[in-house]
Write a protein that binds this ligand. Structure first.
Ligand SMILES: Nc1ncnc2c1ncn2[C@@H]1O[C@H](COP(=O)(O)OP(=O)(O)OP(=O)(O)O)[C@@H](O)[C@H]1O
Length: 228
């Protein structure tokens, strides 16, 4: 079964058709790049997959079910959507501890995800003093708490320094190699080209390209051609 399925998915905000009859699948064991110009409908699509926006019509499924019907959502899908807001007075570890407790996860998960995103050294610092890149790492750590099979990330490299972006690429590649599913929305084509197996490009809410990314192919050329 596909890890993620969108079937004839549409969403209008008033008279604005943000997503228009969009169908695609995302397979386990792949990194899929979800691309499109500003306002193409990427974030709206991701929010529908995560049950945060109700589709006007069509279906958005994770593991064959709408998000609201998942038995154990924290363990099935982790997400980073835009720059997450953290309470400035709470430490990274406290943020994660609160989420871990609410989700009923094992006590060792907090230390594990802090290690995974390389934030262990800053775990006792307040999030209010974090740089953008550190906040991105903390947001990724929250997404990883349930050790989910599916990761949905909106611009995850935003604010990461070159070493951080390099680290993130390796992390996502390894995540997919474990048979898990990674769907990443980004505008940074040179970076995603290095790790994506599959590409979905939308424009004005509609699919303009979906297919595997052959090694050696030029993603920027493909993108510019598809969105012109
Ligand atoms: N809550 C909302 N109310 C009204 N219009 C919205 C809302 N959310 C999104 N839109 C509109 O839907 C369209 C798609 O927006 P969306 O944020 O999904 O695009 P995007 O592809 O993620 O863009 P970007 O690359 O700039 O982040 C835009 O025209 C946007 O103005």
């Amino acid at each position: 079964m596909s890890a993620i399925t969108a079937t004839r998915l549409s969403k209008s905000f008033g008279t604005v058709p943000a997503v228009d009859d969009l169908s695609f699948t995302v397979e386990p064991g792949t990194v899929t790049a979800f691309l499109g110009p500003n306002g193409a409908g990427k974030t709206t699509t991701l929010r529908m997959l995560l049950g945060l926006v109700t589709p006007t019509s069509g279906a958005a499924l994770i593991g064959g079910r709408p998000y609201r019907d998942l038995a154990d959502p924290v363990c099935e899908v982790g997400a980073v959507l835009e720059a997450a807001a953290f309470h400035p007075g709470l430490t990274a570890r406290t943020h994660l501890e609160i989420l871990r407790t609410a989700a009923g996860l094992a006590a060792d998960r907090v230390g594990h995800v802090l290690d995974q995103v390389d934030l262990t050294g800053a775990a006792g610092r307040r999030a209010g003093g974090f740089s953008l890149g550190m906040r991105q790492r903390l947001a990724l750590a929250t997404a990883l708490l349930g050790d989910p099979a599916v990761l949905i990330l909106d611009e995850p490299a935003n604010g990461l320094d070159p070493a951080g972006a390099h680290w993130l690429r390796g992390f996502l590649r390894a995540y997919a190699l474990q048979g898990r599913t990674v769907l990443v929305s980004t505008h940074v084509l040179t970076e995603i080209q290095q790790i994506a197996d599959h590409v979905i490009i939308i424009s004005e809410g509609r699919m303009v390209f979906t297919g595997p990314l052959a090694s050696g192919s030029d993603l920027e050329e493909l993108y510019l051609e598809a969105t012109r």
